[in-house]
Ligand binder design. Structure first.
Ligand SMILES: *Cc1c(COP(=O)(O)O)cnc(C)c1O
Length: 456
């Protein structure tokens, strides 16, 4: 069975439609209308008896689904912390899909496996982490947190003479888990997935920016896992890593860093001081799809001593060849998976150091500008804008929520809501390479118009 003769025409048509999509993305509404979303019904229904051609699939998706996407690859999507995809990563993703590599083993995809190794080395270099650490490429920071915590679980219990891989947690020595009151929900989820429980944690109080108070740490010992963060999802703040890591080191505890986006600030000489001390941890989780704009999806787990991750993740079967160097699936929860290292490598290689520095510094500058401008017209900024996150209050919770609704309905730009230390807030997150000065101006106009309509 071979591809239809005219398939290369279909691919050209795909390219044309993709280019059209990208060409218009900066001018359209950021979120689709309810009607457009309603149109997705056309794609539902039971499996028809006869299939359709790739051309028909293409037309259906482009005509019906594309209009119902969120324009997060353009420059005015400030919801959650969502990156776009840099052009170098996008073209890599097309080719990668065409190659359709299963990246579990070197023998299954030499290119996929090796690009993953190269990409991981680039990440270690860019984030300033110790050489010799290693890890894997996963779907996102949640799975990276999960993978790192699994490695920590293995290592801590191994020291206590307990092999968790073969014996599980029943009857195992207890591990004390320390997180901050501002721990990201994905860390709690990861803790529950590895059997530690979401509530069975010691929560360390935080300061007004959400930074863990190192003076309020409980006693640590060699059976303690401390989870700290680089880049709070609301304020962008960083835990005092140096102090925490020093104490943890002395006690023999394991420190894990949730650095989904914040860790990337390390690449910029202007922001590097924020990430000081995080390199002293034992494991790190971060995202490719947020600040480095790799395109969805891409997360990265790194462990100071990769053997701990290997011990927690490795599998063997009669039909697996002997390890030939680093075998990708010995370091991640998945066996079969996409060769995500391809896009990760492409994003970093295409940006280069200067491109990455510019991306980080430009987006931080835009966040600062948003905050200054909104403050100058009387709205309250609830956080110290240290990187790319801004929290705005428009007065009462009702007013703030009404402003957010208006902004989302108009959809010239898109911001979400959150709560910061008991106060309702609008969160502006600027991680996308695609955001430019004009996007910031247009968005500020839209935000101020909505606020004026609500607050007078
Ligand atoms: C986004 C985020 C996560 C979760 O990452 P996913 O890629 O969505 O799985 C974890 N921690 C922080 C601080 C985040 O911002």
């Amino acid at each position: 069975m071979s591809l239809p003769d005219q398939f290369s025409e279909t691919l050209s048509e795909t390219a044309k439609r993709a280019a059209n999509h990208l060409g218009g993305i900066g001018e359209r509404r950021v979120a689709p209308t309810t009607d457009t979303i309603g149109g997705l019904k056309a794609l539902a229904g039971p499996l028809p008896d006869s299939g359709v051609s790739p051309d028909e699939i293409l037309a259906l998706l482009d005509n019906v689904a594309a209009p119902a996407t969120i324009a997060s690859t353009a420059g005015r999507y400030f919801g959650f912390v969502v990156g776009g995809t840099v052009p170098g990563a996008l073209v890599a993703s097309w080719l990668n899909s065409t190659w359709d590599q299963c990246c579990g083993l070197n023998v299954m995809s030499p290119a996929g496996a090796q690009l993953e190794s190269v990409a991981l080395e680039l990440v270690i270099e860019v984030l300033g982490l110790p050489s010799g650490c290693g890890g894997g490429v996963v779907t996102g920071c949640t799975m990276a947190n999960f993978s790192a915590i699994t490695a920590a679980r293995y290592a801590l219990l191994e020291r206590a003479g307990w092999d968790v891989v073969s014996k599980g947690l029943y009857g195992a020595p207890e591990i004390k888990v320390v997180v901050s009151a501002e721990v990201h929900a994905s860390v709690l989820k990861a803790l529950s997935l590895v059997g530690f429980g979401r509530d069975r944690v010691h929560r360390v109080p935080v300061d007004g920016q959400g930074r863990m108070r190192s003076d309020a740490l409980p006693p640590l010992d060699k059976m303690t896992l401390v989870c700290i963060q680089a880049g709070n999802v609301n304020t962008g703040s960083f835990d005092p890593a140096s102090e925490i890591c020093r104490e943890a080191r002395q006690a023999g505890a394991w420190v894990h860093v949730d650095g989904a986006f914040g860790l990337w600030a390390h690449v910029s000489p202007s922001y590097q001081h924020l990430t000081h001390g995080f390199e002293q941890a034992d494991s790190w989780a971060t995202d490719g799809h947020k600040w480095p704009n790799v395109g969805y999806d891409c997360g990265i787990v790194l462990v100071r001593e990769p053997k701990h991750l290997w011990a927690a993740m490795n599998v063997s079967a009669a039909y697996f060849p002997d390890d030939k160097g680093r075998e990708p699936f010995q370091y991640t929860p998945e066996l079969s998976r996409r060769a995500r290292g391809v896009e990760l490598w492409a994003a970093l290689r295409s940006l280069g150091r200067e491109g990455l520095v510019d991306l980080i510094e430009r987006t931080c500058r835009y966040a600062r500008r948003m905050a200054d401008d909104l403050q100058s017209v009387g709205y309250e900024i609830l956080n110290e804008v240290v990187i790319n996150q801004v929290l705005v209050s428009f007065g009462s919770p009702e007013k703030t929520k009404a402003v957010i609704s208006r902004i989302q309905e108009e959809s010239i730009c898109w911001c979400g809501g959150t709560e910061w230390q008991g106060k309702a807030a609008m969160r502006i997150s600027i991680p996308s390479w695609a955001t430019d000065e004009r996007d910031i101006e247009i968005s500020l106009d839209a935000i101020k118009r909505a606020a004026k309509a609500v607050c007078g």
